[in-house]
Write a protein that binds this ligand. Sequence first.
Ligand code: ZN
Ligand code: FE
Length: 257
Amino acid sequence: MDVYRLPALFDNYVFLLHDSQDNIAAVVDPAEAQPLLRRLRELGTQLVAIFNTHHHSDHIGGNRELIGHFPNLRVYGGAKDRGRIPGQEVFLQEGDKVKFCDRTAEVFFVPGHTLAHIAYYFPPIQDGEPGELFCGDTLFAGGCGRLFEGTPAQMVNSLSKLRDLPDSTRVWCAHEYTLKNLQFALTVDSDNPDLQARYKETEAARRRGEATVPSLLGVEKLTNPFLRWDRLVLQAKVKAKDPIETFARLRGMKDQF
Ligand code: ZN
Ligand code: FE
């Protein structure tokens, strides 16, 4: 399974999954249809599935147009997004499995950014290969999504599930927010040498016009403050008593940043 990252709208990424053996494709969160339709034509392939993570317009904006082009495709989304995702036919819950060619994704229910948000994780088929995590607006490179519908406790629980995946997992998040996220991270975790190094690399990459997605989950665990709510240095920094309060304060500070 090849994953293509297509820039869309202002700072979104749309992910095209292509199986070259069967020559069929799926898409994660089509913000808009046109960039995807162009790439599908170049590859000479058919779209069979839309995997939506949540109902926000910058993630479902292309659904209708794509269904128009490929009437037989199936639209997958969270069970609790019923009525909010155009064309949705499959209503997924925690632990459900989704097949795409020779790969099977595990579904995680990850409320917080929205109350229905799900993530898709394709475990590696062979040792030494990375798993692929499509996490929408839950986990970002260097950050996490805003809490539009959920509570800090829900989001900590959701992020814990993602944090339990292997370090080699590639994190395909839906926005290019990394540099700004790491600027914030440095304000709360300034003595973290891994974070300092990541910031420098990211700044250089962005200057060269390169994308910072996917990132590696192992790097997120070391540098992303929104996966480090149980670190005492961060708890002390935001004067919190426990992990959830730490997360809540960090999220509140980031909202103002
Ligand atoms: Zn969103
Ligand atoms: Fe978004």
